[in-house]
Design a protein around this ligand. Structure first.
Ligand SMILES: [Ca+2]
Ligand SMILES: [Ca+2]
Ligand SMILES: [Ca+2]
Length: 594
């Protein structure tokens, strides 16, 4: 028996050795990747058929073929030229294009006009930013907030609740099993990490379940912690008729929530936090309400209180009346008012008067867009619409953000801790504009539509379609970043690449390359053509997979905003499922527009 085990172990280690040897041999093949034919032709064109490229010719190649701007061209030329006498070979150019980080397909700097009101931008927005995992039982912590801010997320959501003894505030997810987080630590983390990834403003959206006293306490905390960093229009009771610009709010924190009602009902709400929830939750559920809905006392009062005059009811006025309970300081620190108007959908989307924010669930938006597309668009040109994932998504999954973007919704809120395609799309969209968290909305979302049903993004009849070509040459880097048996136990992986366009319904398309069997360095050399109606909202989703008999293995993904892509040959860095960049995996591709 013992002898058998010894033989078995010996056999196993021999197998391991053979396998290892085989893999090492395969790794060596990396150096055998050859420049694609297209690159040979481009090299020949820019060198006039020569075998060396001069610094001047390289400059020409980078400007004309690679879509680089003059400034970065010189830097690149210096870099490539470093150890040479002003000339490089085709192979050196190829290695440079394949490996160098500066050959990424997107512009690294902020290049949109940042001087327009906040409503003109899509803003990188988190949902329940304090949750570490699922929506029911995961804990609350400042960690996911810090992580999101480091990635450039600009809108952080905090749900504020009274602690058990009602004397303090906690960040919690309401009536779930989660452990709460400290509000002070959350605010301090926002202060510390808010501007690490981007200088543009951080917006804190608050789901407010607090009593009047605790609101005052929060206002004090926020003003003390943020100091000068906290922006608000001032205590002059004036309301904004236009939002300030991201440029003017650089390195500032602003608060968005529902302004509290200055009414005697506050006494009663204090006694019953459950009632308070229906009053102040972000939920907007017009579609479930019958016209004479009278769910409870507070809700009715809320409806009365939210009429159109509410926004103008000044806190100063309120302060002059000694018997009313209000927290003027809290109201004053709110820059973006989350205000719902009563009435039918059309009334709720009114755009005269104070600019404000509405918060809708994905379902509400879906339903409203069927009949009121133009009204929603008109609203989002001046005001802010936040769209959040349905409460049914307990596992922190996400909805396709496009539904929000195509109606101009600025804050499409995403569960940053949930994995999956929707999150990749979100990360892709906000790689635009230097990854600063603000992306200027395309012109067609800002122009005037006069008739009621004129704007219907699901049926845009083409003006002139733009042709976008993607060529997938080759992949490499997996053998450096992952173990030899990561994909298949007994053989190298069988890679193929999927390229999809996600955007306006008519632009959606899916293509894929052939499978390259048993090869860590697949060469596909395949070109795909897409014809796009609205390239401004089109995202290119790239996924590499290892073909398997059952479910194929994931081998990397990235999502890139099409209108921001540089043309020419680029190495495209891929990310894991969570959106963390692989060290070396960056397939070589070419992008062209016609
Ligand atoms: Ca596999
Ligand atoms: Ca295989
Ligand atoms: Ca396989």
């Amino acid at each position: 028996m013992g002898n058998n085990i010894a033989t078995y172990n010996k056999y196993k280690s021999l197998l391991f050795f053979i396998r290892k040897y085989k893999f090492t041999e395969l790794l060596l093949r990396a150096t055998e990747l050859l420049p694609p034919q297209d690159l040979k032709e481009a090299f020949s064109k820019f060198t006039g058929g020569g075998s060396y490229m001069s610094a001047e010719q390289l400059h020409g190649f980078l400007m004309e073929h690679q879509g680089q701007v003059r400034k970065t061209c010189q830097e690149t030329v210096n870099k490539v030229d470093q150890n040479r006498e002003h000339e490089i070979t085709l192979d050196e150019l190829f290695r440079f294009l394949l490996h160098d980080d500066s050959n990424a397909p997107l512009k690294a700097e902020v290049h949109h006009d940042m001087g327009a009101p906040l409503s003109h931008y899509f803003i990188y927005t988190g949902h329940n930013s304090y949750l570490t995992g699922n929506q029911l039982s995961s804990d609350c912590s400042e960690e996911p907030i810090i992580k999101a801010l480091k990635r450039g997320v600009r809108v952080i959501e905090l749900d504020l609740w009274p602690t058990y003894n009602k004397h303090d505030i906690k960040v919690d997810h309401g009536w779930t099993l989660a452990n709460p987080a400290s509000v002070i630590i959350c605010l301090e983390s926002i202060k510390e990490y808010g501007f690490v990834a981007s200088q543009y403003p951080v917006i804190i959206t608050i789901e407010d379940h607090l009593t009047t006293d605790l609101r005052a306490k929060f206002a004090e905390m926020a003003t003390q912690i943020f100091g000068e960093m906290l922006f608000y229009p001032g205590a002059d009771c004036s309301c904004l008729t236009e939002f300030p610009s991201p440029e003017s709010l650089k390195n500032r924190v602003i608060i968005s929530t529902k302004p509290p009602k200055e009414r005697f009902k506050s006494y009663r709400i204090k006694d019953n936090p459950m009632l308070n929830e229906s009053e102040s939750s972000e939920e907007e559920s017009w579609e479930n309400e019958s016209p004479d809905s009278n769910k409870n006392e507070v809700e009715t009062e809320d409806m009365n209180g939210s009429d159109h005059d509410e926004g103008n009811e000044s806190a100063c006025e309120c302060a002059r009346k000694p018997y009313q309970v209000c927290s003027p300081d809290y109201k004053h620190i709110i820059t973006i008012h989350n205000t719902k108007l009563k009435g039918c959908l059309k009334d709720k989307l009114k755009t005269d008067g104070e600019v404000r924010r509405l918060s809708w669930s994905e379902k509400t938006l879906e339903k409203a867009s069927e009949s009121h597309g133009t009204d929603i668009l008109r609203f989002t040109q001046k005001n802010i619409l936040r769209v959040y994932p349905s409460a049914m998504r307990v596992k922190s999954s996400n909805f396709k953000p496009n539904i929000g973007w195509m109606y101009g919704a600025q804050m499409v809120a995403c569960n940053m801790q949930g994995l999956g395609k929707s999150l990749w799309l979100m990360q892709g969209m906000f790689r635009a504009n230097g990854g600063c968290g603000y992306v200027k909305k395309p012109q067609f979302l800002m122009q005037k539509y006069h008739c009621d049903n004129e704007f219907d993004p699901t049926r845009i009849q083409s003006v002139k379609k733009k042709t976008f070509k993607v060529k997938v040459y080759m992949g490499h880097g997996w053998s450096s970043d992952l173990s030899p048996t990561h994909f298949d136990k007994c053989s190298p992986p069988d890679f193929y690449t999927k390229v999809c366009i996600v955007g306006m319904p008519d632009d959606v398309a899916k293509k894929k390359t052939k499978v390259m069997m048993d090869n860590w360095f697949p060469v596909w050399d395949e070109e795909f053509e897409f014809s796009l109606i609205v390239p401004e909202l089109a995202l290119l989703l790239i996924q590499v997979k290892d073909k398997d008999p059952g479910k194929d293995d994931f081998a990397g993904q990235t999502c890139l905003p099409v209108s921001e892509l540089k043309h020419g040959f680029h190495s495209v860095p891929l990310y894991n499922k969570k959106g963390e960049k692989f060290k070396s995996v960056k397939p070589l591709m070419q992008f062209q527009f016609e």
